[in-house]
Design a protein around this ligand. Structure first.
Ligand code: UD1
Length: 417
């Protein structure tokens, strides 16, 4: 398994450009099956999850032409309804294909995604919503069999503003007969990006970015070109890298509005941040300050996908910070690894109390999930001595050129096999 070897203590200085958002490109690629035509998608990230989604599209018969950072999907040749189990296992969010394939083909077979590294992640909300749209769903031997001769609009009240469920409902309902209303919908920027893509293809969706989304079913979709929004979590991770190394980074290709909750907490930790709409500069202080309270929440609250990276920098901040994870169960797998590096963290249920200040020491640690893995790299950048981060394939799921970018900014990091 590939590893990163990091010699800590280098200040990061320079400029970095953020890639397109993983959590936008995945549902939008799923949506490309809907139009029975071509979709050209720009600003796609060169990350592992993106490549898995391409393999899934190819496996059901789509033709893909990928260039440097854009690709064209032709879904006219789609001719299969079963999503290969091994690909679903590799990427849990392939469940997003359910709504899109059901709409395009009237049926889909997909293996149950099961648990994953950050908790059980059930899909009950997805299944309940698809049933209200008229799908007949049977589960047998770990597979989900969905069928619908004709989907119809419905009023759906989500018990929780689930990102994936909101996207699945949008994808399933764009060609349903009549109107669908999603209440308590997720408000993440990636939902708005999906709406933008779909509306360019001829759909009639209103309200994404608010908690009520209305979808008026249409008969036909057309070919489309779309540019993916910047990845706010990648941007936040580089911001945290600047903060933890007392560095000075200029971060380009961002949507500053998407970063406000992260900016607020990094300012509380003592960072200086200057920005316009698409670029920001972040200067990490000599000594970071503890942040009294951070709670992960659905957007526009502090993102759960930045919890681990924030924790890494709080381990060296002056004072005691309290961090609560309210979105996912079991998203503290990086804690034991940070403790190996000398961090003082106590966990009680969904809350971590972090006593910072003593500094981190290099150690051999293991990435257990994507963002937790990124947090260990950040910790390694600030630690005294050598840190070895094992199982970095998790990190490669969501960061394009991570080690190269960090090296260009002055980090001493290399990848070995
Ligand atoms: C998406 C993001 C992920 C991010 C998360 C929360 C993608 C590809 N992934 O994941 O990076 O961390 O949003 O911002 O976009 N839940 C249920 N039943 C369901 C669905 C969800 O109980 O049917 C629960 C989950 O277990 C979790 C919470 O709802 O506790 C939030 O999950 P959800 O918003 O659905 O996250 P994902 O779409 O899986």
């Amino acid at each position: 398994m590939a590893k990163y070897i990091i010699e800590g203590g280098q200040k990061l200085v320079g400029e970095v450009t953020v890639n397109g958002a993983k959590n936008s490109v995945l549902p939008i690629l799923a949506a490309t099956v809907l139009n029975n035509d071509t979709s050209t998608i720009f600003n796609v990230p060169n990350i592992r999850d993106f490549k898995i989604m391409i393999k899934i599209l190819e496996s059901v018969g789509c033709k893909i032409e990928a260039m440097d950072n854009f690709l064209t999907v032709d879904s006219k040749t789609l001719d299969k309804i079963r999503i290969p189990e091994e690909l679903v296992r590799e990427m849990r969010s392939s469940i997003i294909l359910m709504g899109a394939m059901l709409s395009r083909c009237g049926q889909v077979e997909i293996s149950y995604p099961g648990g994953c590294e950050i908790g059980p992640r059930p899909i009950d909300l997805h299944l309940k919503a698809l049933k209200s749209l008229g799908a007949d769903i049977k589960e047998s031997h770990g597979f989900i069999y969905c069928k619908a001769d004709k989907l119809h609009g419905a009023e759906i009240q989500l018990d929780y503003p689930s990102v994936g469920a909101t996207e699945n409902i949008m994808l399933a309902s764009v060609k349903a007969k009549g109107t669908t209303i999603i209440r308590n919908a997720a408000k993440e920027p990636e939902i708005l990006d999906l709406q933008d893509y779909l509306n360019k293809a001829g759909c009639k969706i209103y309200g994404a970015g608010t908690s009520v989304i209305r979808i008026d079913g249409v008969d036909k979709l057309n070919s489309v070109e779309h540019t993916i929004i910047p990845d706010r979590i990648v941007a936040g991770t580089y911001m945290a890298a600047s903060a933890i190394t007392s560095g000075e980074l200029v971060i380009r290709n961002i949507e500053v509005e998407h970063l406000q909750s992260i900016i607020a907490k990094l300012r509380e930790a003592g960072c200086l941040i200057y920005n316009n709409c698409t670029t920001l500069k972040i200067i990490g202080p000599k000594n970071l300050e503890a942040v009294e309270s951070i709670q992960t929440l659905p957007y526009p609250g502090f993102p759960t996908d930045m919890q681990a990276q924030m924790m890494a920098l709080l381990t060296i901040a002056n004072g005691t910070s309290v961090l609560s994870e309210t979105v996912f169960e079991n998203r503290f797998k990086h804690v034991s690894e940070l403790i190996r590096m000398g961090a003082n963290i106590k966990t009680v249920g969904k809350v971590c109390v972090i006593k910072g200040g003593d500094g981190l020491l290099g150690a051999k640690v293991t990435a257990k999930d994507l963002r937790g893995g990124a947090s260990l790299v950040l910790a390694g950048l600030a630690a005294k001595g050598t840190t070895i981060v094992d199982d970095i394939y998790h990190i490669q799921r969501g960061y394009e050129n991570f080690a190269n970018n960090l090296r260009t900014l002055g980090a001493d990091i290399r990848k070995i096999f």
